[in-house]
Write a protein that binds this ligand. Structure first.
Ligand SMILES: [Zn+2]
Length: 232
């Protein structure tokens, strides 16, 4: 009875009457479905803002998958009411969590959300995606050409799963050295290394390269990312 769970509200959908069904990424329980009674009305005390971190009171039972919220408290407000690009970027991260339910991504998401508005969003987003790529077991080969091992690499191939040298381009466009170095770095880095890499400039193209690698090799489709790309 009256168990406290802390988590991020990643999505909301209409439920019975004025209730709202929320997908919440919780610290100790992973993804839970929580019902906010009469939460549809913005004026309701049970109304939640997307992407924010809350403490919820529920009656936790091991075999249940859906819970009614008895009480809630806002802990961290990560909602963007003015910046649609940033809000859409957060939606991409949220959809990544929702599409990879079996992965424990709570600490990663908290790390990124805490820093996203103040520090390099594409570096943080890339670190988040590279962590998922690793857990997925599709880490790219970035120490040399996938085909011959040549350390002098010239291109990235999603299909081959890593770098290619000039002799094995196979139609892939030649990339500049900086871009390939950044791709390598982000696939080697961990969240623990953030202080050491945080001054590297990652832009949308660096992020998109990693995301495309992930999407091509995981067969996932992210509607939120299709939308994000129309904004930038
Ligand atoms: Zn080669």
């Amino acid at each position: 009875m009256n168990d406290r769970v802390v988590g991020f509200v990643l999505s909301q959908s209409d439920y019975r009457d004025a209730d709202v069904l929320m997908q919440v990424l919780c610290k100790d329980y992973g993804l839970l479905s929580l019902i906010g009674r009469s939460a549809k009305k913005i004026t309701s005390k049970n109304h939640c803002l997307p992407m924010c971190r809350y403490e919820f009171i529920i009656d936790y039972k091991d075999n249940k998958t859906i819970y009614t919220i008895h009480n809630q408290k806002l802990l961290d407000n990560y909602f963007e009411d003015k910046d649609i690009v940033m809000m859409s970027f957060k939606n991409v991260l949220a959809e990544l969590v929702l599409k990879n339910r079996e992965m424990d991504l709570y600490d990663d998401l908290q790390f990124v959300f805490e820093k996203l508005n103040k520090e390099n969003m594409y570096l943080l987003g890339s670190l988040f995606v590279s962590s998922i790529i690793r857990r997925f077991g599709i880490t790219p080969m970035v120490d040399g050409c996938v085909i011959c091992g040549n350390k002098k690499v010239a291109a990235l191939s999603n299909r081959h799963g890593g770098f290619l040298c000039l002799d094995h381009l196979g139609g892939e466009p030649v990339e500049d050295v900086e871009t390939l170095k950044k791709f390598r770095l982000i696939n080697k880095a961990r969240f623990e290394n953030y202080e050491a890499i945080k001054d590297f400039t990652y832009d949308f193209r660096n992020f998109d390269q990693l995301m495309s690698f992930f999407l091509d090799n995981s067969d996932l489709r992210l509607r939120s990312y299709d939308f994000y790309k129309t904004l930038v």
